[in-house]
Design a protein around this ligand. Structure first.
Ligand SMILES: [Ca+2]
Ligand SMILES: [Ca+2]
Length: 291
């Protein structure tokens, strides 16, 4: 038995027995995957993909699912999908295939996570409703934002980034298409694409406006770190007024997408005024270097 097939048989059961370590395990394998880059992927294409499939293929897996996995293990996208993604993203054909391989890797980690959760909490509702939907789930996505994209932010914002990533699929895992389109904005987005993403994140109830209440929630979470303040909320309220003045171009008391774009067009540093939701330049460069 060689190292690869040992890994393939060992990982799922180990995860199932030790759920508290799953986050670390997942990121470990993602980091290794990203760091080893194209060489590892090519190697995997030659031998690992098919063998891993053989070892972990559960009896419940449908034949169709198996077949598509075999095709996708190499990162090959079907021609129609490739054309569509080339039109809608800022990535080349090679980069898209590389991102597809990373997606497959992340999805297999998500499946291990779901199984681990199901095993450790039998009556739990976590992960059950969408357990059968293939995609990148919250847990893996957050770890990725944190350790690969240097996004260190609190829970509300993290949740918003997840749900805004692939619009219209609230609560569901991120699918391949959404993953690639989201990354295109993240890594090579035009100013307007980035502004649109940030605005969606900050518009907490998705009604098309960032209101004072939403600003308060966002800024309060960012700002309150000094418990010695007598009434920290007062400070936040004052700050909301200052920021609103800056953004509310048409003076209707809330920030529309138009207000937001015009303001960040004039002062790009205000793009992430309500909390970090884009990767650092360093993180972008090192991620792109692995493609
Ligand atoms: Ca809103
Ligand atoms: Ca306004």
């Amino acid at each position: 038995m060689n190292a690869k097939s040992r890994d393939a048989t060992r990982s799922p059961s180990k995860n199932a027995q030790t759920p508290p370590q799953k986050g670390t395990m997942i990121m470990k394998s993602v980091s290794i995957f990203l760091a080893s880059g194209r060489r590892a992927s090519n190697q995997n294409r030659k031998s690992g993909g098919a063998r891993t499939q053989g070892q972990t293929g559960s009896t419940r897996a449908s034949k169709a699912n198996k077949r598509s996995r075999m095709e996708d293990a190499s990162g090959k996208l079907n021609p129609k999908m490739m054309e569509m993604l080339k039109k809608r993203t800022h990535f080349s054909k090679d980069e898209l295939e590389s991102l597809c391989r990373i997606y497959k890797k992340l999805v297999s980690n998500c499946q291990f996570t779901s199984r681990a959760l199901a095993a450790s909490t039998p009556s739990s509702i976590i992960a059950k409703p969408h357990a059968m939907v293939e995609g990148i789930d919250r847990i893996v996505f957050r770890e990725l934002l944190h350790s690969t994209f240097d996004i260190v932010t609190e829970e509300t914002l993290m949740e918003r980034i997840f749900t805004s990533w692939d619009r219209g699929h609230e609560g569901l895992p991120i699918r391949l298409e959404g993953w690639v389109i989201g990354l295109s904005v993240f890594l090579r987005g035009t100013p307007i694409e980035r502004a649109s993403f940030c605005f969606r994140v900050y518009d907490l109830n998705s009604d098309g406006f960032i209101t004072k209440d939403e600003m308060f929630t966002l800024l309060r979470n960012c700002l309150i770190k000094q418990p010695q303040d007598e009434d920290p909320d007062e400070g936040v309220k004052d700050f909301v007024e200052i920021v609103l003045k800056k953004f509310d171009i048409d003076k209707d008391g809330k920030v529309s997408f138009q207000d937001f774009c015009q303001t960040v067009g004039e002062e790009p540093l205000l793009m992430e005024a309500f909390g970090q939701c884009l990767p650092t330049d360093t993180a972008v460069q090192s991620f792109l270097a692995t493609l």
